[in-house]
Design a protein around this ligand. Structure first.
Ligand code: PAF
Length: 283
């Protein structure tokens, strides 16, 4: 496995692979790799010839007062994990390498989707994500890029980026990996105190209860939102940020379940903010 810090060298390695007719697969990450990332890498490994994984904690997607400084970082552990999973090339650039001009003067506007829900709670977050993903796609030039459904709104933003700016890449969504109690794997879980970790199971309980109500015939989004808010609100260490039922593609809140929809939640456990979502059963 090669570890490369220079964008030009990664571009050259990926150019060579494509020129030889090899399929380049890409898993972008911010490091602190866990089983969720591992599932993306395994899928990419089985479908691609050159497998590139990036590790870059992107300052652009963190707002003032957010956890950029304290975001979990473990490069040595990540490189061991990447090697064990069969990654061919790790791109681990510095901030200077990725953003020679800080802040960059040109950024990618994620459109109205970027202002909803997670975007409303974290202004500028999806602009930062769209900008860094566009830059990474320009460096790696992947044939396929793998994103987790755990960050469903991010996945929707990336799909629009690819559609509207014409990146020649296939975006491959991968299912959320969960702990035995349903908690979605996330790098931020490592920061939960034991009692917060136990409380965090309420997110999946809330989502599952909403899905169960839909299975039993409930179509009214306000009722489903109330069910989720009640479950999270009843958990002593949880502070609800939002619970909503949204259209799968636009992330606009729906009033009634008539097509593909997702239940989405965000809550704080101490200083750690977690998000999760579940696709609701079709009507
Ligand atoms: O999901 C993440 O880890 C990040 O948002 C991403 C896609 C690597 C962009 O920084």
């Amino acid at each position: 496995m090669e570890v490369i810090r220079s964008a030009a060298e990664v571009r050259a390695a990926c150019d060579r692979a494509r020129a030889e007719g090899r399929r380049v697969g890409f898993v972008p990450t911010m490091g602190a790799l866990h089983e969720g990332h591992a599932s993306l890498v395994r899928r990419a490994r089985s479908e691609c010839d050159l497998l590139v994984l990036s590790i870059f904690v992107n300052p652009l997607q963190f707002g003032p007062g957010e956890d950029f400084e304290t975001y979990p970082r473990d490069e040595r552990g990540d490189l061991e994990t990447a090697e064990r999973l069969g990654v061919d090339l790790v791109f681990a650039p510095s901030v200077e390498e990725m953003q020679p001009v800080r802040p960059p003067e040109v950024t990618v506007d994620p459109g109205p989707l970027g202002d909803r829900l997670e975007g409303a709670s974290r202004p500028g977050h999806f602009r930062g994500v769209a900008t860094v993903v566009a830059r990474l796609f320009n460096i790696v030039g992947p044939c396929r890029a793998y994103f987790g459904e755990k960050d469903a709104q991010q996945l929707a933003v990336v799909r629009r980026l690819v559609r509207d700016l014409g990146f020649p890449v296939e975006v491959v969504p991968c299912p959320t990996v969960r702990e035995p109690d349903g908690l979605a794997r996330s790098s931020r879980n490592a920061r939960l105190r034991p009692e917060e970790r136990e409380a965090a199971g309420c997110l999946f309980l809330a989502l599952s209860e909403a899905a169960e109500r839909v299975r039993s015939g409930e179509r009214d989004a306000a009722t489903l939102v109330a069910v989720m808010a009640r479950e999270i609100g009843a958990t002593p260490l949880a502070r609800l940020d939002y619970a909503a039922v949204v259209d799968e593609e636009t992330f606009e809140e729906v009033r009634e379940i008539t097509g593909p929809a997702r239940a989405v939640v965000a809550a704080r456990f101490g200083s750690t903010r977690l998000i999760d979502n579940l696709r609701l059963p079709g009507p």
